[in-house]
Design a protein around this ligand. Structure first.
Ligand SMILES: [Zn+2]
Length: 387
């Protein structure tokens, strides 16, 4: 019979694959597929358009709807330029902590989920358990939607999803959505003494940035809706974090580029925000073109991750609360694949080991006590699935 690895042994193995989002995750997927097959579990792959990455999902238990999905991502953020004291791709124990890239975000949960799936195979569960491991989460939750659709076609439909992003094993029921635009304003150069005949891409860009300032001020001043009041801040924010443009202090700028991103509260419609921004872009572009018709504004949409909306009497939340005993109310500031599962009709909760403060850091670690807490969570889950 094939060896059954412990969560810690599984984590060691997963961390040894340098699955940085820019690289292939297929070595990890190959290994995992083989490991599950050794235990009689037939996993399925869903490839990305390049064929260099794949999501992996699997089903254990009776072929019926209504199971539980354990959802994680296989990719990790880069280590380049970070001062690590240990090899980031060798799980290293020090002072009760397990160091390694992805130990916290989120191969610790992946290891627990794989462990639980194999245990479920031997435990004779009566309610199904599914595993869903995506790719390209770290570059804007790009991989999950296609995986979720493929799972819907290939497997019985589960009803509750546990997304194991680091939450210190607390039940997290909501997060904001995010979306971004790359903005390129194309102006017209003249000497600044004649600026009425030129179009400064920077000064036109400033109008769009001022729109963001105005929207933030409006959000700050408004009374938050109940669904949004738990967030800090309890309103949608619009932010510009990078900008470049211009060649000289006395020439109207030919180009200005910046990135603008939204963090929307669950009570707001992301599309409405986008439309409002596009309308302001059209106004500013018209003003530019009234002076020089060849000027304009190019937009490229970046990431777009829906909010996780706190559910009323959510099945996944109730499950996580039974399994953890945690009754505190928690929302988080980071985005997850949870909103994407929710959009596909699942009940979703975020609950996983480790502290999000560790994610993406040099010397990222997972407390061993969190791995232990995660294992008892999975043991409780298995008991419940056997009832
Ligand atoms: Zn993550």
């Amino acid at each position: 019979m094939a060896t059954r690895l412990s969560p810690r042994e599984l984590l060691e193995k997963l961390v040894s694959f340098p699955t940085v989002s820019s690289e292939s995750n297929l070595p990890l997927v190959d290994w995992l597929e083989g490991y599950l097959e050794g235990h009689g579990i037939k996993a399925q792959r869903h490839y990305d358009p390049t064929g260099k990455k794949a999501a992996l999902f699997a089903h254990v238990g009776p072929e019926v709807d209504g199971g539980v999905v354990l959802s994680g991502h296989t990719d990790v953020v880069p280590v380049v330029g970070q001062p690590w004291d240990t090899d980031p791709f060798v799980l290293t124990e020090k002072n009760g902590r397990l160091y390694g890239r992805g130990s916290c975000d989120m191969k610790g949960f992946d290891a627990l989920a794989i462990w639980a799936l194999v245990e479920a195979q031997y435990a004779g569960i009566t309610r199904p358990l599914q595993l869903a491991l995506s790719y390209d989460e770290e570059i804007g939750c790009v991989g999950a939607p296609a995986m979720i659709a493929a799972m819907g076609d290939a497997l019985p439909k589960a009803s509750a999803v546990i997304v194991g992003e680091p939450s210190m094993m607390k039940a997290v029921t909501g997060h904001k959505g995010t979306a971004s635009y790359k903005v390129h304003l194309k102006g017209h150069e003249v000497h600044s003494s004649m600026l009425h005949k030129g179009v400064s891409a920077i000064m036109s860009g400033a109008k769009l940035i001022e729109w963001a300032n105005m929207k933030n001020a409006e959000g700050q001043a408004a009374e938050p809706r109940d669904v949004d009041a738990v967030f800090d801040p309890p309103f949608t924010t619009v932010h510009v974090g990078m900008i470049e443009g211009g060649n000289a202090h006395n020439i109207t700028a030919k180009d200005c580029r910046f990135e603008l991103d939204f963090r929307t509260v669950p009570g707001d419609d992301m599309n409405a925000w986008k439309e409002a921004f596009l309308q302001r872009v059209a106004e500013v572009e018209a003003e530019m073109q009234a002076i020089v018709p060849s000027t304009g504004i190019d937009l490229v949409e970046g990431f777009n991750v829906p909010a996780l909306v706190p559910e009323i009497d959510g099945e996944a939340e109730a499950l996580a609360r039974r399994l953890t005993g945690d009754n505190s109310s928690n929302v988080v500031s980071y985005a997850t694949e949870g909103g994407q599962f929710q959009d596909a009709g699942y009940s979703v909760v975020v609950c996983g080991p480790g502290d999000i403060a560790q994610a993406h850091q040099p010397n990222e670690y997972l407390e061993i006590s969190q791995l232990v807490a995660g294992q008892s969570f999975m043991q409780n889950l298995l008991k419940e699935l056997c009832q």
